[in-house]
Design a protein around this ligand. Structure first.
Ligand code: GDP
Ligand code: MG
Length: 446
């Protein structure tokens, strides 16, 4: 199971509990531990983290305006962010010299193209020294990449790494940023340490990035420590964050090794590079831009009077359907709200995306007679549809679309009402007013 899903489920279970007490907090802590450990996060770190969460959740006084559930969810979020270290503020000044090191195949050369693009976006000219003297096709790989992302390559297969550093620095002196692509090894050894020392002496990098790949899991942290002891590593770049579910493992263990995560690579293309921000990373992990904001928005949307009225009427008709569509529109990224609560299969199309469409639907419902809005069979009649379309100033297709959406929503509601336990859970989670339940809320999503 991936880490994000595990954390979301743990939080969903907690926010859905009928009583928030010490038992519920301990249960949450246990669920988080399980999610983190099965995702390969360093065990020691997991226990430190969850101990802190438990202590804060049980002891810390919450702000009056916040309910207890949101308060504790916020603690979890904050502690996850804190554990991942600091956000990286990249240096985008001129006259930089960057050395990239790391073992075979971790993505050094690919990352160089990404960095080149990154610095170019900041208006800097980039030159690269092809310093991987051990891999036969290394120079060609760089040259290919330089056609995609325009950077200058300095290569000479006859030179040693040390000579390349020396001559390359001179040849690329016109560049704002010079990057040295060093050779890897299958493991850190003295030969590599010597080579790095030579390169350092000649190239005098202003930053040295160690590249590790996310699919290493916790080994990424071990590598970071080894390299740190032998080279002057200023930051770690974790690649292949797109590829495996173990991103959390690599990231956390690198943080534990007291190394600073600078960038993360999220794909093979030159654009797939992000400056590391723990905030952003955790947001993505738990599937919400900002948990606190999300919780607030859910509450606001469900407090809406028109929605509350529609809910209490029970059976879905065109008036309540419209009211709910309006509320859903206000609620924002509904899919994320639902995911946070443990419902993962909401199709995107369930939300009225544009204001125009909503306006159209409003006009259509406005052109129906009172009877047509309440007795929803009536509008299936073709001549009524034509009349309504004309009255609303819309196309007949628009009327039919609304009817189809309405019918799907009704069907979905009936399906959900069969699922008593889900409904109970969901109602609890959303803190819905009495008499309101999620199935009715979901009618509005089509
Ligand atoms: P190097 O030996 O460290 O220079 O590694 P390379 O740059 O040659 O990359 C090795 C392989 O990893 C290549 O197939 C790359 O396309 C792939 N790769 C590198 N970074 C990423 C990444 O962020 N995501 C994915 N999916 N693949 C990557
Ligand atoms: Mg390479």
């Amino acid at each position: 199971m991936d880490l994000g899903l595990g954390i979301r489920k743990a939080l969903a279970k907690f926010t859905g509990a009928s009583i928030v007490d010490e038992v519920a907090v301990k249960e949450l802590v246990k669920d988080l531990q399980r999610a983190l450990i099965t995702s390969d996060v360093n065990v020691k770190l997991v226990f430190e983290l969850t101990k802190k969460i438990e202590k804060r959740a049980l002891e810390e006084k919450k702000h009056q305006a916040v309910d207890l559930r949101s308060h504790i969810v916020k603690i979890v979020y904050d502690e996850l962010v804190a554990v991942l270290g600091e956000a990286y503020a990249p240096n985008v000044e001129k006259k930089q010299r960057i050395l990239l090191c790391g073992l075979f195949g971790v993505g050094k050369t690919t990352t160089i193209a990404k960095l080149a693009r990154f610095y170019q976006k900041h208006g800097l000219k980039v030159g690269v020294i092809a310093g991987d003297i051990h891999r036969p096709a290394a120079v060609e790989q760089l040259q290919q990449l330089s056609e995609q992302v325009k950077f200058t390559v300095f290569a000479d297969k006859k030179l040693s790494a040390k000579e390349l550093a020396e001559k390359g620095s001179v040849a690329l002196d016109h560049s704002d940023v010079i990057i040295f692509d060093s050779a890897g090894r299958s493991a850190f050894d003295s030969e590599l340490a010597n080579e790095l020392r030579d390169i350092n002496a000649e190239f005098k990098p202003t930053s040295t990035f160690l590249v590790v790949s996310a699919d290493l899991g916790q080994v990424a942290g071990k590598q970071a420590s080894e390299f740190k002891e032998n080279a002057n590593i200023t930051g770690v770049i974790i690649t292949k964050m797109d590829g495996s579910g173990k991103g959390g493992g690599a990231l956390s263990s690198v943080a534990v090794s007291q190394s600073r995560v600078a960038f993360i690579g999220t794909g093979e293309k030159p654009d797939a590079l992000e400056t590391f921000s723990p905030d952003k990373f955790v947001s993505r992990l738990v599937g919400a831009p900002d948990l606190q904001e999300l919780l607030t928005r859910v509450r606001e949307a469900t407090d809406e009077n028109d929605l509350a009225k529609a809910m209490s009427t029970g059976e879905l008709d065109y008036e309540s359907f419209l009211a709910q569509m309006r509320s859903m529109k206000k609620m924002g990224p509904l899919k994320q709200v639902m995911q946070m609560m443990g419902v993962y299969d909401i199709p995107e199309e369930f939300i009225v995306k544009s204001e125009d469409k909503l306006k159209n639907f409003e006009n259509i419902v406005g052109s129906m007679t009172k009877n047509e809005r309440k007795d929803t069979k009536l509008i299936k009649n073709a001549s009524r549809q034509e009349r309504v379309a004309k009255g609303a100033g819309v196309k007949l297709e628009d009327v039919r679309e609304l009817i189809k959406n309405f019918e799907n929503a009704s069907k979905m509601m009936k399906g959900l009402q069969g699922n008593k336990s889900l409904m109970r859970k969901m109602s609890g989670k959303m803190n819905l007013p009495k008499g309101m339940d999620i199935s009715k809320l979901m009618q509005g999503m089509k």
